[in-house]
Ligand binder design. Structure first.
Ligand code: NAP
Length: 303
């Protein structure tokens, strides 16, 4: 007997949620979506998705409900708030939050949904907008393992490297570790490129010269050329990085873990927000190092 495909709901059709939803449709999942700003659903509806009037309405029609919104408060809102997922979700369904939020919020939501017989997974992602479009996201899953196995075909439509990390919250802890690596490495790339320019070298040529060796990294290869071209378009917005750095430093305080490098680079990203660049891509960190060094890497710069 051929099993009918899992009915999936998605709430949150921003930079990430929209391409992830398109991949779910391409993989053949019946899809119902909701977004606070309704217009962002047009492309999904044109591709065969259905509209749900609220997170509650989406949950009523779905076996797997995915949330992809900004932060802990937004996830709590769409799941536990008025007309939230919790009001409509069926017993036995699985709610999968793929946003980056605090591990503690994930655990609280899991406990709250468990009271009504609903399993909750934290499944944040890495790989950015390009990974969301190409369906190659890394997905870091925490929560009940049997629920994680059940939703695996759904996650496989959006990602490639899907890892079960352990109990509730451990997907989010893994994502915070990922963000320490991204923020510190990306700032290092920016510092190196400004140094190169000030020393009279060609930063673009330097990237080509060193990227095959011990200095190679995703940040050098992907964000380095954007820094050199002066392309500050998002991708991943500075304001979201600041949110993640805040979550990291908050948890570091809870567990008494000094994070000297992350603390320093968090101040550099904050100065971008102070400079009106909260909605630029995080590669804009190069402009902070440029200001410090009195040296530009790229001309002309696009906002
Ligand atoms: P985004 O483009 O800013 O989209 C945010 C989405 O959340 C929008 O659909 C927005 O609705 C919705 N939203 C925000 N607050 C809400 C609320 N209170 N109630 C209901 N909906 C709300 O963000 P994104 O880049 O897609 O990121 C989503 C999540 O993925 C974040 O946690 C981010 O840290 C994480 N992430 C992003 C990337 C990346 O490269 N962009 C990579 C990995 C992880 P409206 O359309 O109405 O504003």
């Amino acid at each position: 007997m051929v099993e009918s495909p899992i009915a999936v709901g998605v709430i949150g059709l921003g930079t990430m949620g929209k391409p992830m939803s398109l991949n779910l449709l391409r993989a053949g999942f019946p899809l119902v979506v909701h977004n606070r700003t309704a217009g962002k659903a047009d492309e999904i509806l044109a591709a065969g998705g259905r509209w749900g009037d609220s997170p509650l309405a989406v949950a009523q029609q779905s076996e797997v409900v995915i949330t992809m919104v900004t932060d802990s408060a937004a996830v709590q809102d769409v799941i536990l708030g008025q007309k939230g997922v919790a009001g409509g979700v069926r017993r036995g369904s699985v709610v999968v939050d793929m946003s980056t939020i605090s591990p503690r919020s994930a655990q609280e939501i899991a406990a709250r949904l468990a009271e009504q017989g609903v399993l909750f997974l934290d499944a944040p992602v890495s790989g950015g907008f390009a990974g969301a479009v190409q369906g190659t996201l890394s997905i870091l899953v925490g929560g009940d393992e049997s629920a994680a196995n059940r939703v695996l075909p759904v996650l496989q439509a959006m990602g490639r490297n899907i890892t079960y990390m352990g109990p509730s919250g451990s997907g989010q802890v893994t994502k915070l570790v990922n963000q320490i690596l991204v923020a510190v490495n990306q700032s290092g790339v920016a510092e190196a490129l400004v140094f190169a320019a000030k020393a009279g070298a060609d930063p673009g040529k330097i990237i080509e010269a060193v990227k095959g060796g011990g200095a190679s990294s995703f940040q050098l290869e992907n964000q380095g050329p954007r820094m050199v071209a002066g392309n500050l378009a998002p991708g991943f917005m500075v304001k979201h990085m600041l949110k993640d750095l805040h979550l990291i430093l908050e948890m570091a305080e809870d567990i008494c873990m000094p994070l000297p490098l992350t603390t320093l680079v968090s101040q550099l990203y904050r100065s971008l927000a102070a400079d009106g660049k909260a909605e630029s891509g995080t590669q804009a960190i190069v402009t902070v190092l440029e200001r410090l060094g009195g040296q530009e890497v790229a001309h002309p710069r696009q906002q």
